[in-house]
Design a protein around this ligand. Structure first.
Ligand code: NAP
Length: 338
């Protein structure tokens, strides 16, 4: 047994989470059993879905229990292996959680090849968020050359790849992001045709001006006022991939949101195809995603950006910031160098 650090869910938030909802503590790390590995965390991923795991409400995954380690994907180095698939020193990605060390089932862990790209990308552009972008664009939206797409949270871990892949398909690509700096980055670095700041006044009017031929595809990451601006611009037979709704994760703005009958009517009248998806249902599409995107990342054709904070103890603050748009690119915690 050895001691390790972890951040647990101390209490459930009422509305927006606060630092008091988390607690840093030490615990005993058990030995790995047959078919398991022990790993030391190098990088921890912070993702919007973790907000949902803090609530007790029924969802597509079980909530984190009070006193349990916050869930999360992480890249780590194997320190002990009771599996013939892994050896000490291997770099792996798996669900270690918000912890300095973890014991993982070997069949739930993937090896990371450090020669392809920096290992942190296994949590971002070449990991779950990148996979989500690729599946949402190709399989859910079935996006095509010549169409107009709107991407919300346009510079984030998911949106930044959606925008770049959509451009490579020959689409007209409109981003929506928070603030002038993110919007400039979307156009200058990610290749968006245009990016609109959702914090500036009259998003509906600016979006209508930017999409004179309407919108064929909407890659939905946020809900809220952005969704309400996009819906009137959707073309007949348009498609919407419902990936996330971060604007509503803590309940803010729900009272002011468009009422269901109005939204339902828009879907009917425009004959929209609206499909929600959760990436873990699409594991069979991970291989083709990586085969297409990894070479483009390796040769610098596809860009990515990371927001890094140092130290496990700072994960709660970085997570709270992410929920408010404080991250610029994939939010990571550098837990250890070695
Ligand atoms: N369905 C799935 O399987 C799946 C998988 C991965 C992610 N997702 C979802 O995809 C979305 C993006 O995830 P990500 O990892 O790429 O996160 P991210 O975009 O890197 O970070 C979240 C971003 O959301 C934006 N945001 C926060 N509050 C907002 C608000 N009220 N209105 C508009 N934008 C707001 C902020 O960007 P701005 O500063 O630009 O506003 C913030 O930076 C999330 O909703 C997430 O839950 C779903």
């Amino acid at each position: 047994m050895s001691r390790y650090s972890r951040i647990v869910l101390a209490s459930r938030p009422a509305g927006a989470p606060t630092p008091d909802n988390f607690r840093l503590e030490e615990a005993e790390l058990p030995q790995p059993q047959d078919g398991q590995i022990a790993a030391h965390t190098l990088w921890l991923s912070l993702d919007p879905y973790m907000r949902g795991r803090m609530d007790a409400a029924a969802s597509y995954a079980d909530p984190v229990g009070i006193g349990d380690t916050m869930e999360g994907g992480a890249v780590g180095v194997v320190t002990d292996s009771k599996s013939d698939r892994f050896a000490a020193g291997d770099i792996v990605v798996g669900r270690i959680g918000w912890a300095s060390h973890g014991i993982l089932n070997a069949d739930e862990v993937r090896k990371v090849d450090p020669d392809i790209a920096p290992i942190s990308t296994a949590l971002g552009i070449l990991g779950m968020p990148g996979h989500t972008a690729w599946v949402g664009l190709n399989d859910i939206l079935q996006a095509k050359s010549g169409e107009t797409i709107v991407v919300s949270a346009a510079t984030g871990a998911v949106g930044s790849l959606v925008g770049q892949l959509a451009k490579r398909k020959g689409m007209r690509v409109i981003g929506v992001a928070g603030g002038a700096e993110k919007c400039a980055y979307a156009v200058e670095n990610l290749g968006y045709d245009l990016c609109l700041d959702h914090r500036a006044p009259d998003l509906p009017g600016r979006l209508a001006t930017a999409t004179p031929d309407g919108v064929d595809c909407y890659y939905e990451n946020v809900g809220g006022a952005t969704l309400e601006a996009v819906l009137p611009q959707m073309n007949t037979f348009g498609r919407m991939a419902i990936c996330g709704m971060i604007a509503w994760y803590s309940g803010q703005g729900i009272e002011d949101a468009m009422r269901l009958p109005k939204m339902w009517r828009a879907i009917l009248v425009k004959r929209l195809r609206v499909q929600g998806f959760i990436i873990f249902d699409h594991n069979d599409r991970f291989k083709p995603f990586v085969e297409e995107v990894a070479p483009l990342v390796a040769n610098g054709t596809i860009h990515y950006r990371e927001s890094v904070i140092e130290g496990l103890k700072n994960a709660p603050a970085a997570f709270l910031d992410l929920l408010k748009g404080g991250n610029f690119g994939k939010q990571l915690v550098k837990v250890s160098d070695t």
